[in-house]
Ligand binder design. Structure first.
Ligand code: S3P
Length: 448
């Protein structure tokens, strides 16, 4: 990828109110999974509302390399003619996942459990992210790590066993990517695979596996955990599904409207799976005026329209157990907290250190550039506001991280000095239409 060579500076200016309706793009987690299960199914899968961001397009390319036929129809629907479990092809080239942690990690479970040899690579951000957390359970399932960059990183090469070993695995951190890699590998194992989670993480893999015809049972485990059991070697059948709008992308217009005086917007068809709505819960505790209307089902998930109006926010303490339900939303919550009155304490953020960037550090540096008082205490972030807008006016370094870029542009929409980011190119990984969509609501965002 050439993003690092050609950064796209972007600026946001304050002064405009945000009004109108918008629909965020399809959920990234669900989009990856729809393509992957389409690859592993027999017959045809049709997906509407797929996120056409770079991360997901990389997964589509990997599915093709592994034997699926993946096409985009003129009406925007995607069709996947599956290769079936056990039917993957030996890819001819390296699978380059660009910036995509989810696509690469889930696909390690898929390809690693088949008798093929596959090399995974990515951009400078992905090359820094730990893959040992996926390689550990996969090795126990019989996968050979032929080669890896120092510290268990990509580029790495996996060779699948002739027969994948079914295991019981307790995830060391609450991570849907680890859980999903094990379950997806388990699809090609003769027997039962069990994943134990001490804290529940997003459950889209379990839900979608059922939709495609797998037998998956989910039981409570301890206070907040789950025990997930999958019967291996099912015959998955292609399905038709519609991807609901991504709550992690919805987070940006939602926070923008809350902090920009006079704003009143509706964000449509947002997935309200409780394992994804930690940010909405937190914002409501902070006094946000958010109303959920028109709740309905869409693609096996519940969605709702969210009306969001500018609100006076007050600080709260966000407990560590809420982190899995809002792990990608802390950067934009930190922005909301900068406009709130009091000290917002976000606890237990260690997983933020291994995202597309070290997000704890990147948020802290961006807040400093915007003139926001804050501190990091161990794994906690404390943001101090007085209920008025912070000055803004600086430039946030995005470190190839889409969510850092969008968060600080949102801050600039309501800070008197606006805010710049050094590089907005990565926004295309998850929310390619972010700038035009925000402009349609009235935001002033300038590229270049
Ligand atoms: C994701 C899981 C989360 C999240 C990521 C998407 C998924 O990562 O941060 O953006 O689709 O499974 P972890 O599993 O590392 O928490």
């Amino acid at each position: 990828m050439s993003h690092a060579d050609s950064p796209v500076p972007v600026k946001a200016r304050s002064g405009n109110t945000l009004t109108g309706r918008m629909c965020p793009p399809g959920d990234k987690s669900i989009s990856h999974r729809a393509l992957i299960l389409g690859l592993l199914a027999i017959g045809e899968t049709k997906v509407r509302g797929l996120l056409e961001g770079d991360d997901v397009l990389r997964t589509a390319a990997a599915c093709r390399a592994l034997g699926a036929q993946v096409t985009r129809e003129a009406d925007g629907a995607w069709r996947i003619a599956g290769a079936g479990i056990g039917g993957l092809h030996q890819p001819e080239q390296v699978l380059d996942f660009g910036n995509a942690g989810t696509g690469s990690r889930l696909m390690m479970g898929v390809a690693g459990s088949h008798p093929v040899t596959v090399t995974f690579d990515g951009d400078a951000s992905l090359r820094k992210r730990p893959m040992g957390r996926i390689l550990d359970p996969l090795t126990r399932m019989g996968v050979t790590v032929v080669d890896q960059a120092e510290g268990g990183r990509v580029p790495l090469t996996l060779k699948g066993p002739r027969e994948t070993i079914p295991i019981r695995y307790e995830t060391p951190v609450p991570s849907a990517q680890i859980k999903s890699a094990v379950l997806l590998a388990g699809l090609n194992a003769p027997g039962t695979v069990t994943v134990v989670e001490n804290q529940a993480s997003r459950d889209h893999t379990e839900r979608m596996l059922r939709l495609f015809g797998a037998q998956v049972s989910v039981e409570p485990h301890g206070e907040a955990g789950r025990l997930i059991t999958l019967a291996g070697q099912p015959e998955l059948r292609g399905v038709e599904l519609t991807v609901p709008a991504d709550p992690s992308s919805a987070a940006f217009p939602i926070v923008a409207a809350l902090i920009t005086p006079g704003s009143d917007i509706v964000v449509e068809s947002v997935m309200t799976n409780p394992l994804r709505t930690g940010l909405i819960t937190t914002l409501m505790e902070m006094g946000a005026d958010i109303t959920l209307t028109n709740e309905r089902e869409n693609g096996g998930e519940v969605v709702a329209d969210l009306r969001v109006r500018h609100s006076a926010l007050r600080s709260v303490e966000v407990p560590p157990e809420r982190a899995p339900a809002m792990i990608d939303e802390y950067p934009v919550l930190a922005v909301a907290a900068a406009f709130a009155e009091g000290e917002t304490q976000m606890r237990g953020l260690h997983e933020l250190r291994v995202k597309e960037s070290d997000r704890l550090q990147a948020v802290s540096d961006g807040l400093a550039a915007a003139g926001v008082a804050h501190r990091i205490e161990g794994d906690d972030l404390i943001v101090c506001g007085d209920g008025s807008a912070p000055p803004g006016g600086g430039t946030a370094q995005t470190h190839l991280d889409h969510r850092i870029a969008m968060s600080f542009l949102v801050l600039g929409l309501a800070a008197p000095g606006g805010m710049a980011v050094d590089d907005g190119a990565m926004i295309a990984t998850s929310f390619p239409d972010f700038v035009p969509a925000m402009r349609r609501l009235g935001a002033e965002i300038l590229e270049g």
